[in-house]
Structures are given as C-alpha cells and as structure tokens.
Design a protein around this ligand. Structure first.
Ligand code: ADE
Length: 245
C-alpha cells in the first residue's frame, strides 16, 4: 500500500519508521511518503495560510499550495488511478475499526493534514469532483491539526495490511474485531504481584474454562464501559451482580 502524507510538520511522521510499521516499510508492505506543504508555497515566507473569508478568529489554509501538492502526488509515476484522499477533521465522519478494515484494502491513501481553522473547503470540493475524498474525525475532541489523527489512522489501517502483523490470529481476538466486544484483561508471570493474583482459572490448564472466562470478561467489560456496543442478545441484566434485580 502506498501512503502519501501532506503536512507543514513532516517531523511528526518520523514515528512511522518505528516498530511494526517501520518493519512493514522495510519489507515493502507499505510505502510511506511525507511531503512538506510549504514546498508548494512559493512566496518568500512560504505562506500556507490567510485570514478567513467572512471574518472570524484564526487562519485558514490557502487552496493553491494544496492544489499544487495534491496534483503532483496524483500525477506521480506510480500513483494509483483511484486513490482515497483523507482530510482529518473534527467535522468528519468518525473513524472506527470498520473504516480501518475498509481502507486497509486500498492500494493508495493520501492524507492531507490541515492546521489552524482548517483547509479552504474548495480543496475538498475540487478533489471530491475528481475522485474519492473523505473528511474523517478520530473522535469528538479537537486536536491542533490533522497530524496526530493521521498517525492514529495509519497505525490502525497499516496493521491490517496482510503481512504487517506476523500472526494474523492476533488480529481476530482484539477489541472491536469480530463480535464488537472489548478485549479481555491480560496477565503474565509472576502469579502474585504486590498481593494481586493472576485469576486462578488462567493457571488451570483447562482451555475450555479459560475461553469461557475470557468471554465472560469481555461481556462484563463491555457492559460496564461501552454498553452501546453490546449485541442485543447480551443486553439483559449482567450475570451475578444484577441477577436478583
Ligand atoms: N483535527 C483536529 N481535531 C481532529 C479530530 N478529532 N480528528 C481528526 N482530525 C482532527
């Protein structure tokens, strides 16, 4: 998968060279290219922003550098004919595991990181008229720009690209995969730590009992912190605590 990122802070993306995604890049499974938007701003100060039309606080990113930069990426030799352009924005559709799975199937993603009060909306209109463009939020809070949101999305998407995670089974049991329940809590050695014990069932060697315990934990955890994720058949009273209610 090819991933282009446009930002005025290319340094943010050095972290993509680390760990799992770094190894995936070395193996050629993902090809990340970071572009400095200011390379497409040609005045003495390499200006990328201006005051908002209609007035108001803050600055808006000018369309011309975005147009030049995105045209260059889309016209580059090995660009895909039908990439997905993603503009991270708190005003976008909310990113989730389903969207990560969907985007992991693509051959070419382009992330355009806005700063300030955002990018002149005509950039969105221009590229929406020419291909697939999505405004995407990573949650209901406001970041200083799209960089951190882009890193979060690339990490979630990149690990679903075949070959990136060594053992594909480890992708299946995770939170938000398969049945939508949250993950069960994990433990390792020692069996006792500061008076806290590993739940005895995990040391019993009884695989069926371990599986049953883990499933129960996933249901209880989901009921406790994210009840809206519970499938309808599990929405009744929880076992034990509310059984007599
Ligand atoms: N830019 C600023 N806040 C954001 C958010 N919550 N998601 C995506 N991009 C953003």
């Amino acid at each position: 998968m090819r991933i282009d990122i446009v930002s005025i802070f290319p340094g943010y993306f050095e972290s993509l060279g680390l760990s799992l995604l770094g190894r995936a890049s070395q193996k050629g499974l993902i090809d990340v290219r970071v572009h400095d938007l200011r390379d497409a701003a040609h005045d003495r100060h390499r200006t990328v922003d201006d005051t908002p039309a209609g007035g108001g606080a803050g600055m808006v990113m000018k369309p011309e550098p975005w147009g030049e930069m995105l045209d260059g990426i889309l016209a580059s030799d090995d660009a895909d004919p039908d990439p997905v352009i993603i503009f991270p924005s708190p005003a976008g559709e909310v990113f989730d595991q389903r969207m990560a799975r969907e985007l992991a199937e693509e051959r070419h993603l382009v992330f355009g990181c806005g700063r300030y009060e955002g990018i002149d909306h005509r950039v969105f209109d221009e590229y929406s008229a020419r291909g697939r463009v999505r405004l995407v939020s990573i949650g209901d809070y406001v970041l200083n720009g799209g960089e951190v949101a882009t890193i979060a999305m690339i990490e979630a998407i990149g690990r679903l690209v075949p070959g990136v995670v060594g053992n594909p089974a480890s992708l299946v049991e995770e939170s938000h995969e398969e049945d939508g329940l949250l993950e069960y809590p994990s433990y390792t050695k020692p069996a006792q730590w500061r008076g806290h014990a590993v739940p005895p069932v995990l040391l019993s060697g009884n695989h069926a009992a371990v599986d049953a315990w883990r499933r129960e934990q996933r249901i209880e955890r989901t009921r406790e912190v994210r009840p809206e994720l519970l499938p309808p058949e599990l929405r009744g009273a929880s076992r034990g605590r509310h059984a007599a209610d």
